[in-house]
Ligand binder design. Sequence first.
Ligand SMILES: *Cc1c(COP(=O)(O)O)cnc(C)c1O
Length: 390
Amino acid sequence: MADPKNKSLSEATRTAASGVNTDPNHGSVMPPLYISTNFSFEEYAKPREYDYTRSGNPTRDLLGQTIASLENGHDAVVTSSGMSALYLMFHLLKPGDVLLAPHDCYGGTFRLLTAMHKKGNFEVRFINQTDKNVLKDAFECIPKMILIETPSNPLLRITDIEYVTSLAKQHDTIVAADNTFLSPILQKPIDMGVDLVMHSTTKYINGHSDVIGGAVVSRTKNLHAEMSWWANATGVGGSPFDSYLTTRGLRTISLRVERQQENAVKIVEFLKNHSAIKNVNYPGLTDHPGHDIVQKQQAGPGAMFSFELNGNEDNIRTFLKALSLYSLCVSLGGVESLICHPATMTHAAYTQEARDNAGISHQLIRISAGIESADDLINDLKQALDIAVK
Ligand SMILES: *Cc1c(COP(=O)(O)O)cnc(C)c1O
């Protein structure tokens, strides 16, 4: 019986065996799916552990505990999406509070923060967090919270997590990290002093592109209690069925991420040496500006990268159309390889000015490497580049 909280076990074991053989009624080896909305009182004034699924559910809790275990956090709240996980964390802010966010954050985060700022929920400042001087100056306003996202999307810029947490400590600032891009297998922000880690579990945690979900992992018991309170009050919790599927996906995360990363390294090597490619953004490259920080804070370079194609809009359209193994879509982290054009897709919610500011050009293309054969993936890119750029 593997307790997901047992840290003496490796991550591969904790995920593969999470909740296995824990059913006292029938000895079902895989943990059952509890879809019931209600759990009865044993008798008058004698509640059981659970009463109502919005407030708590065993299937959802197993997923939360497994994610929290991988992140070395106290516990996690499982939500209906990555956006609701972010929204949940923002309940810690009130009017007048300042939130520092990356100027190149996830497009949906940018949209939500801009809207909440406009409504007066709190004040948001978008800054370049990869620049230590910018960070240091920004902390002078004593922010209530800083949201970090490293590597950033889609340029894979690196923020020094320990530098942020050291500044935050001096100002009593809550540090929240969006760890979606790497997954806990490759980066553990809580070990570096971060207070809250959120995931779009839609990506690497579930890994099969068939569930939208999210999670907020808290470093402390008190923060977790606050997040749980708000999750129950607002009803943003994930559904039991989605939690069940996500736990199932999570069982193979070590294998998936390892293979996806191997594929990314090989594809990047190919693109880097191709004449049609202007530049490649990948934290694994020794000339990447954040490479030293990557060595310090990541267990690996990850499976996401982006590059600029030498060419105009027509070349880009032809290239994307000629591919057969990469679906043109906005998501990432699944077993299948995906390709995306940030300016017209993930970052379409940005204004042109915000895109220019963040350095997202029209030639930029992002890839999420899947678990297919690296040779097949490279050959597909090769033939599409041959057609698109003559
Ligand atoms: C996808 C994503 C989100 C939003 O998650 P959803 O599950 O789509 O709501 C937030 N942050 C990052 C980095 C993401 O990739």
